[in-house]
Ligand binder design. Structure first.
Ligand SMILES: O=C[C@H](O)COP(=O)(O)O
Length: 249
């Protein structure tokens, strides 16, 4: 059966001292669910976070990585570098990477391949913009993002892939997709996977929702049958709020 997962994406927030403070608060929280819990601090703090949390139930994951193993890519970090600091899961394809760093489906396919070749787990993000939703084109956009970046993978590869549907219009805006909108899209995503790989694979893949998930709305969103957890931005920066979301299952 697929896993429930709540991952906190800290984005470009928290220096070293702030990271330690937030981790201390996270360690004081009580988890009352079976959901897997992850946090993605900024790259400079991964090693410290990994060491602070290695005996806990919280996995430390990365926000991004390069597709190459090493070389002349100034400012970039490879999969093996992440693994050398204890990180074995990486977020790829976040809409902020797509928008501000011009990450295309083609580039993301290479990153996914590099992560899987390094035996890492991928949380692959995608989602439509507001104009796509308004024009009724949201399913086509999501389908093409998945097909272009993931359909070259084998069924076996999906053991290491988690999907994260994040409608761009709901990220950091306070505007959440309704639980019904989330369920409708998650069911569509699962069917898209099933059409290519069959339902055995599609039903085994966790599909997270991201976009203004808060303690007040998490339970209703997570109650939907095809929503297997959340990728949390703003609310992940507060330990009580984050664990209220984790415990919403
Ligand atoms: O990666 C997380 C998403 O971008 C959601 O962010 P948010 O919860 O602040 O809307």
């Amino acid at each position: 059966m697929r896993k429930n997962i709540v991952a906190g994406n800290w984005k470009m927030n928290n220096d070293l001292a702030q990271t330690e403070t937030l981790i201390t608060s996270l360690k004081s929280q009580t988890k009352t669910t079976e959901a897997e819990v992850m946090i993605a601090p900024t790259a400079t703090n991964l090693w410290q976070a990994y060491n602070s949390l290695k005996d806990s139930e919280i996995e430390v994951i990365a926000q991004n990585m390069h597709f190459a193993e090493s070389g002349a890519y100034t400012g970039e970090i490879s999969a093996s570098m992440l693994k050398s600091v204890g990180v074995t899961t990486v977020i790829l394809g976040h809409s902020e990477r797509r928008e501000y760093f011009n990450e295309t489906d083609e580039l993301l396919a290479k990153k996914v391949d590099a992560a899987l070749a390094n035996k890492m787990r991928v949380i692959f993000c995608f989602g439509e913009e507001l104009a796509d939703r308004k024009s009724g084109n949201h399913e086509n956009i999501v389908e093409s993002q998945i097909k272009n970046a993931l359909f070259h993978l084998s069924a076996w590869d999906y053991k290491s892939v988690v999907l994260a549907y994040e409608p761009v219009w709901a990220i950091g805006t306070g505007e959440t997709a309704s639980p019904e909108q989330a369920q409708e899209m998650h069911a569509f995503i699962r069917k898209t996977l099933a059409d290519q790989y069959g339902y055995e694979v599609a039903n085994s893949v966790s599909i997270l929702y991201g976009g203004s998930v808060k303690p007040a709305n998490a339970q209703e969103i997570f109650s939907k049958p095809d929503v297997d957890g959340g990728l949390i931005g703003g609310a992940a920066l507060n330990a009580e709020d984050f664990f209220a979301i984790v415990n919403a299952f």
